[in-house]
Design a protein around this ligand. Structure first.
Ligand code: FES
Length: 171
């Protein structure tokens, strides 16, 4: 039984409709995105579902998923703060920036804040090397880039998100 297909039949048909039958493997990325949409990560069992729908091996699906920072194998906070620590960013201070952000938020890299809102992750190049320190924020179905960061500016962004979430809860 293909649980993913049963859950999202209409959307999956729409995704597959964008590709010729012999190229349905190209649907892997949108299928991964769909599998991740509700929970913020791709559950292991979804890999075989996606492999079956796209007509490729589960290993291929897993390797595509592993390549992109967009996809996640584990649950995390509502927002992922993904800080690039690759070499060009490291030369512009991203490692110390990451350490300070983690310290202020009271987490280690890869961990989630006590309120469940933020997971801080170190990632590879996000193509903003000349504007480091930088991070990509993933959450609520959106991806945003924040470049030329300082710890102070990032913490203002974090506090702004916390205020927004608190306002949502009150509403
Ligand atoms: S090395 Fe960090 S964005 Fe490219």
């Amino acid at each position: 039984m293909n649980k993913l297909y049963n859950k999202y039949e209409k959307e999956i048909q729409g995704i597959l409709g964008r590709y010729p039958d012999e190229q349905k493997r190209s649907a892997v990325m949108p299928l991964l995105f769909l599998a991740q949409r509700d929970t913020g990560y791709v559950p292991t069992e979804a890999l075989s579902d996606i492999a079956e729908i796209a007509g490729i091996s589960e290993t291929d699906v897993a390797s595509i998923m592993g390549f992109y920072t967009l996809f996640h194998a584990e649950p995390a906070g509502r927002f992922r703060i993904q800080i690039c620590t690759d070499l060009p960013c490291a030369l512009r201070g991203s490692e110390s920036y990451l350490e300070q952000i983690c310290e202020i938020l009271g987490v280690k890299e890869g961990e989630t804040t006590a309120d469940g809102l933020f997971t801080v992750e170190a990632v590879k190049c996000l193509a903003a090397c000349h504007r480091a320190p930088m991070f990509q924020l993933q959450g609520d179905g959106e991806i945003k880039y924040y470049e030329n960061q300082s710890v102070e500016i990032t913490m203002q962004i974090v506090e702004e998100i916390r205020r927004k979430v608190a306002t949502e809860k009150e509403a």
